[in-house]
Ligand binder design. Structure first.
Ligand SMILES: [Zn+2]
Length: 472
């Protein structure tokens, strides 16, 4: 089995022999296992040196098995040029499956049968513990194909002998990922759980899909809910090959109307809701929405085309809600129960929160700065007198003008707002006697008529100032 010739020294008293228990012999046995197949046992005293040569092939080179066992790394290092015959072995002991790549070395002698017993010393070992930890240990890095083989051997063992009792799939082989998943979740007794995006925490030693589904759905008594639940589950598994249960769990926990729950479970969009969702966050959003809307309205929201077409919109709503939850909780003003409306209202609450600090502040201007506040045809030009005014005007233009409060406050810039019949049309930022920007609602560009008014206004209000400044 091994092409190397080995020398093994054993303490005769420590091995099993014919006189064990009846006789103590102060001998050592030197065993010479030659690569030609010839084996010789020589009895010797402890300090005695022996020169041995194989009778059959005259070989004199015997590797020291005792040294190899006691300091294998050093032995391998010294014998790097030797071509060992590497072998593979897989073993299951102490709840660990180990796959080895190594060499066989004589370890002891059975004197009764006069047999040399070999054991493998590994240079490369891959182990999988029953806790699902995969470890790779090595003394020597073997070639890649051998490493791969070691892992394949381990997986073969796990698939065929299944020592850890991992749930099996009729077609799919157990991979390291699958093994780790089930070993870290020992209670899961069905392979299908591998495809669940999220598994409810339940204090059960053994968990089956049916029980988990019922638990997720908050233990419904109604047959119609159970039916919809299973239907939803098989549909998800068939269509997507995975199961997203977050929305289902939250709806079953928060909704009271059986019909609404059944209808929600039957929604196609129920599969889309889950991407990037966290149960707790979604739960809080639904609880919040329930304070303002009835379940029918919420069903309409989640079944709307708007929702189905733009799943990202829902993600935005949720993100906005989670990041600004506190402000939304006390600044929210009921809007239509529609995705876009809710989204905009949540954003507005966030903005209001951000600019709240300036609501109580007033803005002051120099005389020449408010000189341009004139009436021009149907337009009336004004500057905000308070932070609150600036914020409200920014809201009516739907732009980020409110962010200029600090700049206006320290006289770096001024925003002139153009009203027509008390309705804010557009705003212009002026600093150092120049127009920096001008825009209407949602930052639209100015209309022709507005541009003309602006030009005229600028001529009247600033060219004079400019000339005065130039003259000075
Ligand atoms: Zn020989």
């Amino acid at each position: 089995m091994n092409q190397l010739a080995w020398r093994l020294t054993t303490d005769f008293n420590k091995e099993k022999h014919l006189f064990t228990d009846t006789l103590t012999l102060d001998y050592f046995v030197e065993t010479y296992v030659c690569s030609c197949g010839y084996t010789k046992f020589i009895l010797k005293y402890s300090k005695q040196e022996i020169d041995y040569m194989c009778k059959r092939c005259e070989n004199m080179r015997f590797y020291n098995a005792n040294f190899a066992w006691s300091n294998f790394a050093y032995f391998i290092e010294q014998e790097l040029d030797t071509e060992f015959e590497y072998e593979y072995k897989v073993e299951y002991t102490d709840n660990v499956v180990s796959s080895f790549y190594g060499i066989g070395i004589p370890t002891k002698i059975d004197f009764i049968s006069q047999k040399v017993i070999y054991d493998m010393k590994a240079v490369y070992t891959v182990t999988l513990t029953q806790e699902g930890e995969l470890n790779r240990d090595y003394i020597l890095q073997p070639p890649k194909k051998d490493k791969t083989q070691v892992e394949e051997n381990l997986l073969y063992h796990i698939n065929n002998l299944n020592p850890f009792d991992i749930p099996k799939h009729p077609k799919k082989k157990i991979t390291f990922d699958i093994a780790a998943f089930f070993l870290k979740n020992r209670e899961l007794k069905e392979f299908a759980f591998y495809y669940w995006r999220y598994i409810p925490k339940m204090d059960q030693k053994e968990l089956f899909v049916n029980d988990a589904l019922i638990h997720l759905a908050n233990h419904p008594k109604e047959k119609s809910i159970k039916k919809a639940l299973y239907h939803n589950y098989t549909r998800q598994m068939d269509q997507y090959g995975k199961y997203n249960a977050i929305a289902i769990e939250v709806f079953c926990k928060t909704m009271n109307d059986t019909n609404i729950i059944v209808k929600l479970l039957n929604l196609e969009s129920m599969f889309l809701i889950d991407s990037g969702l966290n149960t707790q966050e979604f739960y809080q959003l639904i609880i919040f929405l329930k304070k303002y809307y009835i379940e029918k309205q919420l069903f309409k929201l989640f079944s709307s085309q708007e929702f189905e077409n733009k799943p990202f919109l829902f993600r935005d709503i949720l993100r906005e809600f989670i990041t600004m939850q506190e402000s939304i909780e006390h600044l929210f003003k009921k809007v239509a129960c529609k995705a876009v409306a809710l989204h905009d209202e949540f954003v507005r609450c966030g903005v209001e929160e951000r600019y709240k600090y300036m609501f109580t502040k007033t803005l002051s201007y120099k005389a020449k700065e408010i000189k341009p506040c004139i009436t021009l045809g149907r337009y009336k030009v004004s500057v905000p007198q308070t932070g609150m005014e600036l914020f409200k005007w920014a809201e009516s233009l739907h732009n980020c003008m409110a962010g200029y409060f600090d700049a206006i406050d320290c006289n770096e810039t001024i925003i002139y707002c153009f009203f027509k019949e008390d309705d804010l049309q557009f705003a212009v930022e002026v600093s150092d006697g120049y127009i920096r920007q001008a825009s209407g609602k949602y930052n639209r560009e100015l209309l022709k008529e507005e541009e003309k008014v602006l030009e005229k206004w600028f001529q009247i209000s600033f060219k004079k100032i400019q000339r005065q400044a130039d003259a000075a």
